[in-house]
Design a protein around this ligand. Sequence first.
Ligand code: MLC
Ligand code: AMP
Length: 519
Amino acid sequence: MKQANQNLFAALRAGFPADLDTIAVETADAGTPALRYSWRDLDRATAMIANLLQSLDIPDGSRIAVQVEKSVEAMMLYLATLRAGYVFLPLNTAYRSAEIEYFIGNAEPAVVVCSPQNFGWVSQIAFTAGTKHVFTLGDDRSGSLLERAAHCSDRQVPALRRDDDLAAILYTSGTTGRSKGAMLSHGNMRSNAVMLKDYWGWRKGDVLIHALPIFHVHGLFVAIHAALLNGSKMIWLGKFDPRIVIDRMPEATVFMGVPTLYVRMLAEPALTREAARNMRLFIAGSAPLLLETFTEWQQRTGHTILERYGMSETIMLTSNPYAADARFGNQSERRGGTVGFPLPGVGLRVRGDDGADLSVGEIGGIQVKGPNVFSGYWRMPEKTAEEFTADGWFKTGDVGKVDERGYVTIVGRSKDLIISGGYNVYPAEIEGAINEMQGIAESALVGVPHPDFGEVGVAVVIARPGATVQPEAVIADLKSKLANFKIPKRCFVVAELPRNSMGKVQKNLLRDQYKTLFA
Ligand code: MLC
Ligand code: AMP
């Protein structure tokens, strides 16, 4: 019997509406005329780019690494990579050369696509690492990728892929050392997308406002997969702008954002019940949503934000209910401060430090299992083994509890991680970069509350005996090496760091000391 194609693209394509000439994506950026793409445009352009990739004669399983500004064509490149059966590797546009060098060296992509203005340095890194093909793609449809694809056929049969074939690698930093590439399969992504479409009640006529970057789970997978599977139009912002989002709300029904996006919209007087009158659903995640944001949003718009929780390694794990959830006594209340219930098909348990199962209300490490959970870290079997329990559950590194009704609350993290505006910052990486600077003896990076980004990094450093260290110089040096969102917002030079009896820096004391810095 012929096996059905489990290629994620085939599933997304099956969601396109019958009338391919209706609008699939409409751009909405300040000062630029709107561009409108039909479903036929998406189908044809992804076929052309997929044909270009397949014409390169690269091996099965090849990685296509992409660091480009957000554009509809960049989304098409993602879809084309799935369609051609290769592995998509998205990279944050903020990454600098040392960061890109690591990712390309580690993933050994067969193809690298970068912004035209970065071609010089990115191609040098890529060619040195053995990559044969480097294309460019600008956010104005410029660059060699589309020029070359223009010569390819606009018909293409999606490559045959099985559920466990690799579809994407997402780099996510480790608590120590370098970033790890989380390997997600076609089955991981399809199962999660199909389930979410149902759980969040996607229906005919839904329109999504897409305002997130497309190099992480939230904007690339959760938002795009749902809209395509549902045949829903997207109003597409290259860059988040609170006024444009509010302005376009009357034409839309669904919005997804990290908490910072909600905070910034609340600062706009135009955000009213009237503006949000046609909206069906506001979804938040990637970082903790403050109860005050949740409540203020309710008061201003009459809508209750649905908060959900996920990870690069697992896509979505839990969600507050959209409608009655029969598994949890038909509860339909979205509770602020919680991340809701484990999604259908997702197993979630809370374990103590000793591995013992904890009961209702007890705080411990969150472990998960399900068809959405990744298979492991790219070429890091030992790291993979460390992050899974002997009975196959993935240790999220998040600390939480489950209440008697089944709601999950995240209370902290066992991993040393700062989440700033929805981006992850790993203190070990920043501390390593600071410690390499001349005149520095030691450093500690801690996260402190911030009204806009939720949390930001503050660096506390000790100078070597006899050396003078200027905080501004530390920041400036970091800016020349690391992605901008990783740069500490403040730096303090101190005489000593608080330590426990084992000599370990007590970051909780530093967090406490600096917690009102941005209040
Ligand atoms: C920008 N800056 C940040 C920052 N973003 N600083 C800390 N944290 C951030 N997130 C700084 C820049 O360094 C710069 O500083 C200044 O702010 C202006 O830069 P910008 O690029 O103009 O910022 P802006 O466009 O306003 O970006 C803010 C933002 C963006 C909130 C729109 O950060 C964003 O899109 N965040 C979403 C991240 C996301 O999608 N996460 C999903 C991960 S998936 P200077 O000093 O240089 O001027 C995941 C799993 C899950 O976590 O569950 O979903
Ligand atoms: P990433 O590695 O970028 O995918 O980030 C995943 C991490 O983001 C999770 O392990 C959580 O710590 C955090 N996260 C995601 N959603 C939420 C949420 N709703 N509330 C609190 N933390 C969240």
